[in-house]
Design a protein around this ligand. Structure first.
Ligand code: MLT
Length: 331
């Protein structure tokens, strides 16, 4: 198997920007490599902040987990040791459990659901909760698409086919429970260790969106993709709340505005690029895409049976009910 060359593009954005004598530089951690939705949104935010502050603020991007695992970056930001981080929502849930409503399996079934929940009242409430629980503020959302299941061993169409496979999952109780309902004991592991674990055969598979599989070059170590959509990958940009509070009111407004604009940009980026990336994975990288058996019904029935177990952590059954209602569905 080919060895992956991880891109180490440090300070890719600020390098092209002119700096005034009083400019300050903020550091942004990114869990993913360059080339995916995290980087696209982070880069856009950096550009917007630079423009809106007339070059007074520059943002350096550190992709590929250079500043620590995604969960570590939440701790660093909450302690004001890091300004910004872009990471998957599932890696915020351990710090602010109500966010788990967005990772309950089959609640968000596509990009439109994702937009409704993140850009509406529920998104606002979760932003408040994250400030309270984790000391970080969600400024923007990157939309990466459905988490599909990849593996290196065999075509998987139904949960039974998972038997005998070791699957990596994030350290996230909801995702672990989903796999257990599908009949396997997954291996929780930091995102930053996943490529090597796949490469060395410590695990056979993992789940993440097409865009992420491509950006991380997982096609070098994975052959099959099962086209399920049990969780939609949302990747918020978070800012240290202490850092945010240290800014002037005008600067805070600029930061929030840049965040909203970067969110809109990320949504369009997903819609414009996902289909072509899927094709590239098949046509250029030889991956095989497998449709889930019986319209995914067995995956859905088993995974959604875990919902009641998480009512307490997400803040009550009524929070899930409100999310589903916002999506025009009933519990
Ligand atoms: C994970 O699987 O831990 C994350 O979803 C990966 C990511 O941030 O893209």
């Amino acid at each position: 198997m080919k060895k992956m060359m991880l891109p180490v593009a440090v300070a890719a954005v600020s390098a092209v920007m002119s700096q005034s004598a009083f400019a300050e530089t903020w550091r942004m951690a990114l869990g993913d490599a360059q080339g995916g939705t995290q980087y696209a949104m982070g880069e856009k935010f950096a550009q917007l902040i630079h423009e809106k502050t007339d070059g007074q603020v520059n943002v350096d991007l550190f992709p590929n987990g250079q500043l620590g695992s995604e969960q570590d970056t939440v701790s660093s930001a909450s302690m004001d040791m890091l300004d910004l981080s872009v990471l998957a929502i599932n890696n915020i849930t351990p710090f602010s459990p109500t966010v788990g409503v967005l990772t309950l399996p089959y609640v968000i079934t596509g990009h439109e659901d994702a937009k409704v929940l993140t850009q509406g009242e529920i998104g606002e409430e979760l932003t408040e909760n994250t400030i309270r629980d984790a000391g970080v503020r969600i400024l923007s959302w990157a939309y990466s698409g459905c988490r599909v299941l990849s593996n290196s061993s065999k075509p998987v169409a139904s949960p039974e086919d998972l038997r005998g496979l070791t699957i990596r999952v994030p350290r996230n109780e909801i995702m672990i429970a989903s796999y257990q309902e599908w009949g396997v004991n997954p291996l929780p592991m930091a995102w930053s260790e996943t490529f090597t674990a796949l490469q060395q055969g410590v695990v056979d598979g993992q789940d993440n969106p097409y865009i992420t599989i491509n950006a991380m070059k997982f096609y070098e170590v994975q052959d099959y993709i099962t086209d399920i959509c049990y969780v939609f990958s949302l990747e918020p940009l978070i800012m240290s709340e202490s850092k945010f509070q240290s800014l002037s009111p005008d600067m805070q407004e600029l930061v929030l505005e840049a965040g909203r604009e970067a969110t809109a940009y990320s949504y369009d980026y997903l819609l414009d690029s996902e289909e072509a990336i899927k094709q590239t994975l098949v046509e250029e990288h030889g991956m095989q895409i497998i449709e889930p058996a019986n319209g995914e019904q067995e995956w859905i029935d088993r995974a959604t049976s875990i919902w009641p177990r998480f009512y307490d952590s997400i803040g009550g059954e009524e929070r899930l009910e409100a999310a589903l209602q916002a999506l025009g569905r009933d519990l």
